[in-house]
Design a protein around this ligand. Structure first.
Ligand code: SF4
Ligand code: SF4
Length: 414
């Protein structure tokens, strides 16, 4: 494993790869007549411990991850001496509406320590700060609570994770003497949210920069077996490159190439991803990519922009659950995949779309609460605030409906 500096204020070195516990593997179980997905505990613990055994010393979780079950799982994975081998990080869910008064801070932090079976956190982040949640941080005087928690020995370092514009990012950075910040960064998003300018600004102040979504929620990956027929341009770029790398490896190396970056989080959902990402981290470095390799990444970026994304959804599920039972991320996934694979795959995607419940009665009959189609959206707008990618969810859902129900073309809208 390669290790990197954690900014100027945090006094430990961090593994290039960190384990993000937000996309753990799941199993379908039936409980009280209802089918639902729960964390595949054995596989998840094996993956986390494998990563630590191979040098990962940073584990990141959050109150909201995996339907609020991630922290408990991480707590169990870190038994048997594993807690001492890692820097453990979780987040105050202030950007997700769980902190509404000052007293919520201690209640939530103490619950998190209990779930994680630990006495202290190496870093505590304010989760998903945006213009609105930043106002809440100020109104509720959250930094006073953070400082008290530090004085009480419950947290060692303080930071925030972020989803909003660069200007808001700069305002938050300048507001406090932060130790760390966590931002979305990948070769598609250099000018989105904090972006390249943001990581330079934070690192310039000695703040450790933690990267999330290096593969844009897995979207910068296409299974190689689908590359030839469906994405000829991407296959051609990979074939013509002298340096051979998988798509995830190209994406990760791009991020590690930046000197401003400390640790890169990958939300891994299968053991083979852990093994491959550790291998990639072992071969990572700062400024090691040649101009030719950087050109390959630029070509991939252009090809992805053209063929793959019409809605920039990262499947983070922050918008879920929708009160009407709309499965927002799945619907955007269907649309993006249909765009990637083309009109001749319309029948398959349309059938899938039409198999999703389109009335509340059908949803109830399915025994699940959140698998509804776009027809169930009543445009209430409740999801809009929650989306870190600032997607106009109700409008985009209407386009999904028109494409799969009324046969409109993707090019009619994008
Ligand atoms: S706007 Fe539509 S998708 Fe969003 S919360 Fe309301 S019903 Fe659900
Ligand atoms: S629509 Fe937004 S909040 Fe919902 S899963 Fe996609 S990126 Fe996340």
């Amino acid at each position: 494993m390669k290790y990197r500096k954690m900014g100027d204020k945090i006094k430990w070195e961090v593994s290039a790869l960190g384990f993000g516990a937000m996309r753990l593997p799941t199993l379908e179980v039936e409980k009280d007549g209802e089918k639902k997905n729960v964390i595949d505990e054995k596989q998840s613990i094996d993956m986390i411990r494998y990563a630590i055994d191979h040098g990962c010393n940073y584990v990141d979780t959050a109150w909201t991850y995996m339907d609020r079950k991630s922290e408990e799982l991480v707590g169990r994975a870190l038994q048997d001496g594993y807690r001492e081998k890692v820097h453990l990080v979780t987040k105050l869910p202030i950007g997700q509406g769980f902190v509404n008064k000052k007293e919520d801070f201690n209640k939530i932090l103490d619950t998190q320590l209990e779930r994680l079976q630990t006495n202290y956190l190496d870093i505590y982040l304010l989760h998903g700060l945006s213009r609105n949640s930043f106002e809440k941080v100020k109104d509720l005087k959250i930094m006073e609570k953070m400082e008290q928690a530090k004085a009480d020995g419950k947290i060692n370092y303080m930071g925030f994770s972020f989803h909003d514009s660069f200007n808001t990012f700069k305002r938050i950075i300048d507001f406090y003497d932060w130790d760390a910040c966590q931002v979305q960064f990948n070769y598609m998003d250099v000018n989105f949210q904090a972006g390249t300018e943001g990581i330079k600004y934070a690192a310039g102040k000695g703040i450790a920069v933690i990267i999330m979504e290096p593969l844009r929620g897995g979207k910068l990956f296409i299974d190689v077996k689908n590359l030839n027929e469906n994405s000829p341009e991407i296959k051609k770029i990979l074939d013509e490159s002298k340096v051979k790398r998988s798509l995830p490896n190209w994406a990760l190396q791009y991020v590690w190439n930046h000197k401003e970056v400390s640790v890169v989080l990958s939300g891994m959902s299968a053991m083979n991803q852990v093994v491959e990402n550790i291998e990639s981290a072992n071969n990572s470095g700062i400024n090691i990519l040649t101009n030719e390799e950087l050109q390959t990444i630029e070509d991939l970026k252009n090809a992805f922009a053209k063929h793959i994304f019409v809605v920039p959804c990262t499947t983070c599920r922050y918008c879920m659950p929708c009160p009407q039972g709309v499965n927002i991320p799945i619907l955007f996934n269907i649309l993006n995949q249909f765009n990637q694979y083309g009109e001749n795959t319309r029948a398959g995607f349309t059938n899938y779309y039409k198999s999703l419940p389109k009335t509340q009665e059908e949803l109830e009959k399915s025994g699940k609460k959140d698998i509804g189609s776009a027809n169930l959206c009543i445009q209430c707008g409740e999801c809009l605030e929650k989306c870190p990618q600032q997607i106009e969810i109700p409008d985009e859902l209407e386009k999904v409906r028109l494409i799969f129900e009324e046969g409109k073309k993707v090019t009619d809208f994008y």
